[in-house]
Design a protein around this ligand. Structure first.
Ligand SMILES: [Zn+2]
Length: 414
């Protein structure tokens, strides 16, 4: 299967990346792979805009890319597929079968570095390390590819380090930066990259992928794709994990059933607990692993007799882990609120009798009940209460306070 197969509903982006990969291969072949730096005619192999005399197709390739798209649209999938196509030695380019494609997709190719971090920020040292790697020629004669999956998390001061690297990259280095939207990157970075925007795939395209790749029943696949609002990873989880479906139902119905202020406070508390439990499971395991790795790296075998330096490093790690846990809870809560918003939008569609298809086909009963028991005016008020809660959460208001205020506004008004 081709490396592009996992990209759902992104024909335009695939076309551009495939053309770039073809141009990149032409560069490698002109230079005679494996490359021998220093012997090439740089005018022929250069990809920079100054290489105006190079063949027209080499315009398709460039050193710095910015891939943007909403979460779940597949921007890291696109970046990885592109990296694989650059390392591909098979036919057609991006064959998915050759060692270059396979090791890249397995995230183990020596010349492909993937920075996927759940850290809140990407630190300066990390960016320095990337820039240093970027200077090295690829070991296997093709391209050195550096994919930064959350480029929007690079700290402001580190961006200057990156800026220089992107501006004058070695001729066989390719940067692929991923971010939710171009506005998440400062203009100086944006203007030095070729920008490709992924679109939100259609629910039917996502459902189709779940049926094809995961063997999900077509009706369940469509329910999941709609409910996840085309977030591919989430749709897959919803379709395959009954617990996840149950949790979603709980998250949505809890605030909807609120009748009094007391119930609102309880519902908010429950919502926060569910979010914390959901993140704790994955976070705890990872934290313990990171701690063990760090101890090993520092040569501290047991908790006894750790040096001052080790203690300082451990404290640093704990701080980072705390920040990450907080962010994960925020992400889960935000997702829950997006789900809740979708329910009330469905309610409004019903009340206004627009005839539009529901997002939450799996929650039709809840939607009908709400539509029958309230007015469109109330629904709009509720939608704005949820949007306010999202804004507050992203502005770091204490989650419980933001959720309580929301749950109170969701009550039916006397
Ligand atoms: Zn291949």
């Amino acid at each position: 299967m081709s490396v592009w197969a996992e990209l759902v509903d992104q024909d335009a982006v695939v076309a551009v990346l495939a053309e770039a990969a073809a141009a990149a291969r032409a560069v490698v072949e002109r230079a005679g792979a494996p490359s021998s730096p220093g012997t090439r005619d740089t005018r022929e192999t250069s990809l920079s805009p100054q290489g105006a005399t190079a063949s027209p197709s080499s315009w398709a390739m460039t050193h710095s890319w910015l891939l943007t798209g909403p979460p779940g649209s597949g921007r890291s999938v696109a970046a990885l597929a592109f990296a694989a196509a650059l390392q591909c030695a098979g036919e057609p380019i991006g064959c998915g079968q050759c060692p270059g494609c396979r090791t890249t997709l397995a995230r183990s190719h020596a010349d492909v570095r993937l920075v996927s971090t759940e850290a809140v920020q990407i630190k300066k040292e990390e960016v320095r390390d990337l820039v240093a790697r970027a200077q090295l020629a690829p070991t296997q004669g093709r391209w050195r590819v550096i994919v930064v999956e959350d480029a929007d998390r690079i700290t402001e001061q580190s961006l200057n380090v990156l800026l220089k690297a992107i501006e004058e990259p070695p001729e066989r280095t390719v940067w692929v930066l991923c971010a939710p939207s171009p506005e998440d990157m400062i203009p100086t970075i944006r203007s030095r990259c070729r920008h490709l925007g992924l679109r939100i795939p259609s629910a039917t395209a996502v459902a189709d992928l779940l049926v094809r790749r995961d063997g999900v029943d077509p009706d369940d696949a469509l329910d999941a794709a709609r409910a996840a609002q085309s977030h591919i990873g989430l749709a897959r989880a919803l379709a395959k994990d009954p617990q996840m479906r149950e949790r979603r139902r709980h998250i949505i119905t809890a605030p909807v059933r609120v009748r009094s202020v007391g119930e609102a406070v309880m519902a908010a508390d429950r919502l926060l607990k569910v979010a914390q439990e959901q993140t704790a499971a994955q976070v705890d395991e990872r934290n313990a692993r990171e701690r063990a790795t760090l101890m090993r790296q520092l040569g501290a075998d047991s908790e006894q007799g750790v040096t001052k330096h080790t203690r300082a490093r451990l404290r640093e790690l704990e701080e980072e882990q705390k920040r990450r846990a907080k962010r994960s809870v925020q992400d889960v809560l935000d997702r829950a609120l997006v789900d809740l918003l979708a329910v009330y939008r469905d309610v409004l569609m019903e009340q206004l009798d627009t005839g539009q298809e529901l997002v939450n086909t799996d929650m039709a009963d809840v939607v009908q009940e709400l539509a029958a028991s309230s007015s469109p005016h109330q629904t709009i008020r509720r939608i704005s209460a949820i949007e306010t809660a999202r804004r507050r959460l992203s502005a770091n208001v204490a989650p419980l306070l933001a959720l309580e205020a929301m749950a109170v506004s969701l009550r039916p008004q006397e």
